[in-house]
Design a protein around this ligand. Structure first.
Ligand code: GLU
Length: 470
């Protein structure tokens, strides 16, 4: 058996971080078993499905590196096939036409509520002859579901779960307007796509009993199911907007790397001993359904952030520099210094030791990317007192004489200047840092000056020396 799984999002909004985890688990399971990972866009809710939401899903999956096999399947386009399948069951006597009017259904609901019973269709057209059909009432097609016994799912995560069949009524397969229901579409699509394992959120577990009955009615092999507990927020409630960001896109915007998000989502609900750092190759080699936890995992932004810091530090420098250039170019309206790339390459290691997200890294790296005097932040401005600016003015000339323009040589000349003038090193280092980086903290000062180059350093130091006192 070739493993075939699918990710089946409904394109009605953003890509929820929980859905991204479902996609990841499916992807890893497929790759682990040399199978296929298919994508099905469940766009049958025409009022709520949008192209923008489809694009968000596709881009999100691409960003995470979860490449699906083949072309995405669009569920709505398959409606004729779903209709045909419902008619097939009807012809086989496994489904029937139901002419109950909306009023009758409303009465059923009312009576059930009044008697404190769950609302269920009472099967009144199950064995009735269609010749008794009332005039002008378009029928729905309902499944003739078993009324005795129980339906049992051997879920690969939840274990054996059963429901008495009397609790499941005869569900609608085809609505009166001829449109297929989600239950029907999902089962027919999973069958046609030869899905062997359905891995999805456990909010779908109750649907699974009904879907199981449909497979039985069709006489189709039932896929294996694995229902993953949902992600909760720190308060133990289902993760939702009030917990903060739930859309994958927001994490991207906040400066998280896809590698970190994948690693974090993998560990959220699945474990491999005490391993925390698990890259893609390792994840594919290790992933299984046996180690998915049965209770909901809590989303922990701190953990994600620290994983992100790890990936930021260990990523290919070229990848990070490319990201930085793209982001900084946006932030600086495209006015990057001609040497921005070279400076970022040289300065990257020190910069990324001090940042946990791409956004932080960008903010800290900005002084490398744009030429000319920098605008100091509040902390740096406070360091640029009249005295400090006088000291800067005094050393500008010395900077012109440093040979060669290397961190050690710059430091040696500055130390000597301090000795001659009776300053402490910080008396000159602090204003220098403020002048060249615009901040109070930065990567090692003399390294920064070396990377910026003599000319650019002097421009900035002169700028700060000549500026008005704060
Ligand atoms: N379209 C459903 C959802 O977005 C998924 C259904 C499934 O995976 O079977 O929740």
């Amino acid at each position: 058996m070739t493993v075939t799984v699918r990710f089946a999002p409904s394109p009605t909004g953003f890509l929820h971080i929980g859905a991204a985890r479902t996609a990841l688990f499916n992807f890893l399971f497929a790759r682990r078993h040399g199978g296929s990972f298919l994508l099905r866009i469940e766009d049958t809710d025409r009022a709520r499905s949008t192209q923008a939401a489809v694009d968000t899903i596709l881009n999100g999956l691409r960003w995470l590196g979860l490449d699906w096999d083949g072309e995405p399947v669009y569920q709505f386009a398959r409606a004729p096939r779903h209709v045909e399948a419902a008619r097939q069951l009807l012809a086989a006597g496994k489904a029937y036409l139901c002419y109950a009017t909306p009023q009758e259904l409303e009465e059923m609901r009312r009576d059930a509520r009044a008697q404190g019973r769950p609302v269920r269709y009472d099967g009144r057209w199950r064995d009735r002859d269609p010749s008794e059909a009332p005039e002008g009432v378009p029928p729905v097609i309902r499944l003739k579901a078993p009324t005795t016994g129980e339906t049992r799912i051997d879920d690969l995560v939840q274990g054996a779960v059963t429901v008495p069949n009397e609790q499941l009524d005869d569900m609608v397969l085809l609505r009166a307007d001829g449109t297929p229901t989600y239950m029907l579409a999902c089962v027919v699509d999973d069958y046609d796509m030869a899905i062997t394992h359905v891995i999805r959120g456990d909010d779908h577990l109750t649907n699974t009993f009904r879907q199981y009955q449909l497979y039985q009615a069709f006489g189709w092999p039932v896929p294996q199911f694995a229902h993953i507990p949902l992600i909760h927020g720190a308060d133990g409630q289902k993760l939702s907007k009030r917990h903060g960001a739930v859309g994958l896109e927001e994490y991207r915007r906040q400066g998280f790397l896809p590698e970190a998000v994948c690693n974090y989502l993998l560990r959220l609900g699945w474990s491999h001993g005490n391993d925390e750092i698990i890259g893609r190759e390792q994840a594919i080699a290790w992933f299984d359904l046996d180690h998915i936890g049965r209770s909901p995992a809590r989303f922990d932004i701190e953990k994600l952030t620290s994983l992100n810091a790890h990936y930021l530090r260990s990523a290919d420098p070229r990848q990070i520099v490319r990201l930085l250039l793209a982001e900084l170019s946006l932030r600086c309206n495209g006015t990057l210094a001609p040497t921005a790339e070279e400076r970022l390459e040289k300065g990257l290691d020190s910069l990324r030791e001090r940042a946990k997200t791409v956004n932080e890294l960008c903010a800290n790296a900005r002084f490398y990317a744009v030429d000319g005097a920098v605008t100091p932040d509040a902390g740096a401005a406070a360091l640029l007192t009249a005295d400090a600016r006088t000291r800067l003015g005094a050393v500008v000339k010395l900077l012109g004489q440093v040979q060669p323009w290397r961190a050690e040589a710059i430091e040696a000349v500055m130390r000597e200047a301090c000795e001659v003038r009776g300053w402490k090193l910080k008396d000159i280092a602090q204003p220098l840092r403020a002048a060249v980086t615009g901040a109070k903290v930065s990567p090692p000062l003399f390294e920064v000056m070396e990377i910026l180059g003599r000319e650019e350093t002097i421009v900035r130091v002169e700028g700060a020396a000549g500026a008005e006192a704060p």
